[in-house]
Ligand binder design. Structure first.
Ligand SMILES: [Zn+2]
Length: 246
């Protein structure tokens, strides 16, 4: 399983692409999130119309989903024919179709390949991939994800945005790689996660590796200091373009 960090930024960081991950395992390629400024980063990776099998959207904020119309539109222009899978929370189809209609009127009705929406509740089997989700605490409904794939089986977990719940900590347990948002330094926000709170999650879920993304723009500037402060944890704060093989 290979995970590439195409983007690692929060919504309003002038130096970063919104969080956008590429997961490759068992012959499949799935994008995680496609925020407003993410599509060009995806196209720099590959311009093949069939490159991606699908996408997972954790929630409907612009920095996680507003790049979708451009992503799909370019696949159309570049001649995609095979279906494209869209995984997300309940209401995904309605939200994404509305977004596409606003962006490019007529595209939903005329796109020449099938958009297969999969609104996730608990678990979903996608051939050799097993997806499980839980709700976390964010200002809008957000899904935390556990993905199991490959042989030997590898486990990738991703938080989307938001504060983890006990159920989410359980879902992430034993992950080979846990990618979690870290919006705040300390303090107890109810709709995001702080570095302080992540120490607790680390102790609960004990992932093999933990990578922090979506750091608030001022916090991200202290990256070296944070890594030093938490060196016992061996957390990584990836840069765009970095990848991890589990
Ligand atoms: Zn959000």
């Amino acid at each position: 399983m290979k995970v590439t960090f195409l983007g690692v930024g929060e919504a309003f960081d002038e130096t970063q692409t919104n969080v956008c991950l590429l997961v490759e395992a068992a012959g499949r390629r799935m994008l995680m999130e496609c925020g407003a400024n993410a599509p060009s980063t995806v196209w720099k990776k590959s311009t093949r119309a069939d490159y991606l099998d699908g996408i997972f959207i954790s929630h409907f904020h612009a920095d996680h989903s507003f790049g979708l119309p451009a992503l799909v539109m370019r696949m159309w222009e570049d001649g995609r024919t095979r279906p494209f899978y869209l995984f997300g929370p309940i209401g995904s189809q309605r939200f994404i179709e509305r977004l596409m209609k606003m962006a490019y009127p007529g595209m939903v009705e005329n796109v020449p390949f099938t958009l297969r929406f999969r609104e996730l509740q608990r678990s979903h089997r996608w051939d050799d991939w097993n997806l499980r989700v839980v709700s976390t605490r964010h200002s809008v409904p957000n899904l935390g994800l556990r993905l199991e794939a490959g042989s030997p089986q590898k486990v990738f977990c991703y938080s989307g945005d938001g504060m983890f719940t006990p159920t989410a900590a359980k879902l992430y347990t034993g992950a080979n790689l846990l990618v979690h948002e870290a919006y705040m330094d300390d303090g107890l926000t109810k709709t995001h996660c702080s570095l302080m709170q992540l120490e607790r999650l680390h102790d609960l879920a004990r992932p093999e590796r933990m990578a922090l993304v979506h750091l608030r723009r001022d916090l991200r500037k202290q990256k070296d200091e944070i890594i030093k402060r938490y060196r016992r944890r061996k957390w990584t704060i990836p840069e765009a373009g970095d990848s991890v093989t589990c």
